[in-house]
Design a protein around this ligand. Sequence first.
Ligand code: PMP
Length: 454
Amino acid sequence: TDQIAGVARSRITAMTEREARRFARARPYSRARLETGSEAFLHGVPMHWMRDWPQPFPLLIDRAEGARIRDADGHELDDFCLGDTGSMFGHSPAPVAKAIRRQARRGLTYMLPCEEALEVGHLLSERFGPFRWQIATTATDANRFALRVARAVTGRPKVLVFNGCYHGTVDDAMICLDEGRQTIARPGLVGQVADLTRTGVVAEFNDLAGLETLLAAGDVAAVLTEPVMTNCCMVLPEPGFHDGLRALTRAHGTLLILDETHTISSGLGGYTARHGLAPDIFVLGKPVAGGVAASVWGMSFEIAARFAAYDACRPSGHSGMGTTLSANPLQFAAMRATLAEVMTEKAYARMEKGAARLEKGLAKSIARHGAPWHVVRVGARVEFICHPQPLRTGSEAVAAHHPDLEAAIHAALLNRGCLIAPFHNMMLVSPVTTRKQIDRLVAAFDEILTELFA
Ligand code: PMP
């Protein structure tokens, strides 16, 4: 058809072309620097997905502070991407920056604990619940290690994930449903050799009957999921879904791993604390050290006891869990500062208030223009979705994603001073995001909708 999510294709094309020209015209310095100075990198970027933003060339960043980010041409942007959650509490929060400066004089990595680590352990239990903790460096690794423990204690081979999920570059979770509803490896995987369908199976979020059928096979070590699906277009759990998920996993001897890396936006203690969930393993990466690379994963006391019994009988040798720089003192310094002074009830109250304002503003604009779209929010995380109704499953979410339209909107927002996350339409409100910044984003969004729908 000649429409995408209610918008004429010709308008999307016109916006895309105009905004690309405008972006490039405003950044002669960045463009010249990238053209002459980036050839040492594969495809000219230090990380491949830096090319996946909708701009003709990447933003070259000069610095970021609070909820603002400045590019090398001197443009100040309101940052609602916030490093895709890594900087959810604002860039370089003062207590974290101070802790980093202090630790810089005391060594950066020892492979041994320090006193601050002990304090962090207690803070983690206080914030997230009674778990036995381990520290890793990325959420990807935390999930991988959690899956090892789940397989170890259950003696089962498979992980169950929901269609449309993302848990980092965890091989086991790189599966999806094909059109015939069968589990397959994600088609885009690079150099994939192992058959992922032997070690994983995919269900639909919010589908308890389908879940039960798969768990009944008795070969699923763990369900690995986010409490809310945030990595396609957001899918909220329906009433009763989490109760059912917990009851079914318990009934079938399957562990429940909750990956709170994004849903930590929900409030203090994440979605788990806010909604009284009871995972066997709790995972949190990205913002837990205020932007310093760190992740945490914790087992319930019961799983910790079962793992201790397993560990005692295991042949000596590599466990498959590790990475040398993990649990280093810089991570602990940054985590202590984040947990004690940044990730606070007060900060969440500000985030919640700002995000509610943003949600309301966007929804009002959508209604005013009669766009067949809607807005969802999970605490500080807000997303506009170019689809009329709330989404029930990952498959619906994948179908509701319109890359060309969304890229045009993202580019137009950027040229109006608002940076939002690429790949989906997510906006994060930090405790230092101002009302003015939120209102500017709503105004920019409304201007764009005027052009798309008028
Ligand atoms: N879990 C979730 C829910 C995520 O959204 C992501 C990244 N977007 C990860 C894990 C992986 O995090 P990292 O890339 O830091 O390993």
